[in-house]
Design a protein around this ligand. Sequence first.
Ligand SMILES: [Zn+2]
Length: 475
Amino acid sequence: MVSAAAVYVRISQDRSGLQAGVLRQQEDCLDLAARLGFEDPVVLADNDISAYDGGRRPGYELLVEQIRAGVTTVVVWHVDRLYRQPRELEDLIGLVERHPVRIEAVRGGGLDLNTAEGRLMVRQLVAAAAYESGHKSDRIKRTARREAEQGAWHGSARYGYGPGGVLIPEEAAVVRQMADRFLAGESLRSIARWLNTSGIAPGRAGTGTAGIWYPYTVRSVLASARISGQRAYAPGRRADPVDGREILGPGDWEAIITPEQTARIRAIVADPSRRPARPAVLSLLGGIARCGKCGAGLTIVKHTPAAGGTATLRYACRSDLSRPERGGVTIGAAHLDEHVTARVLHRLAAPRTSARAGSTTAVLAQISTLNARLAEIDQDRQDRLISVREHTAARTAAREALAAAGRALAAVTGGAVALHGAPIGDRSGLEVWWESLDVPGRRAVIKALTNRVIVGPGQRGRGFDSRRVRITYSR
Ligand SMILES: [Zn+2]
């Protein structure tokens, strides 16, 4: 077999911490390569070139060629020898995504760029190195390092993220809904109530809260900079200020909401009078259903017939003087709500089994099958077809499979909360469950399951015509 390893060494002018010359680095790297079982690795070197000034690195360029040619292990003295600017790191990550490669370092251990955690760790190291290169005086260096360390995720898991800032999809889905609700005008208290009645545990976010959400735990999640991927200044205080800590800049972890949303949330937290008024009628499909003529979101309007009589609620494409294409399309709200609800519940009661593996539909079908299996297992026990022990074992297996499918659903829909506790596959159970949801909860279910709800133009004076409604579902 050809040598599948390469050693890469580099020395730059301004390093003070790692004063290893190229030769010393090379010796150490060859030792490590030998210990890893590589006999004659290719050695590539860049000498006395600072990566920070954008100077070319011929050795590094050859290394990239080697990786493309099939080198699977790269041995370096320290990972920061490989890249010192985030831009270079992104290139390297792009490269290893196509050509799996393992980075082994003499100092600091190996980093596996093939895992998300590994890449996150590398990005943090690079952020620290970039700060260090940019500033030369020791004093600035110290400040920069401290800031860079804050740029990296520090500390333990916070709601939405595991240790090291790794995104937890199920919790991220909850955070997204919390933010949607808050920005739509819901109070912190009402969001806490919704979370508690939905049976969503606050995780490790609030220690000592005994699994219960309080308005202040909701606030500390929503006003945090981290959920929009930003780092904040935390000068050694335990409690967050009411409207969150001062934002320093982007962090190295995945955002759940946008920085713009965080800014809006903080503005409302700081001054509750800015909270948007909730519409008197929060409609099921306002903004979700769209106009088939112009694509605008439909809004709910009260329609009073010209001849007098009872006012009814309708979804309408609002006319807009500056947008002459707008307006005209309207549909009865009660009818559309009923129709879309029936379609969505049908989707949950009888998911198509033919769907592509890993799709929302396929996962729903899987959950439906497992729920049916659980019912069967209980029936078999009742009919004395299986022993108590067999019953327990079968139930445990089915429950574990269900939990795994639930996690898969969280990953595909990003709407795991919406479907939390939904008795998928059980038509009458689904109706009871739907009744228990509030309007924002139902909207979240519809959003998780559909891509589009389009209402085409209708003819005046006609009754409800379901053919006007075109629903496309999440794949
Ligand atoms: Zn329109």
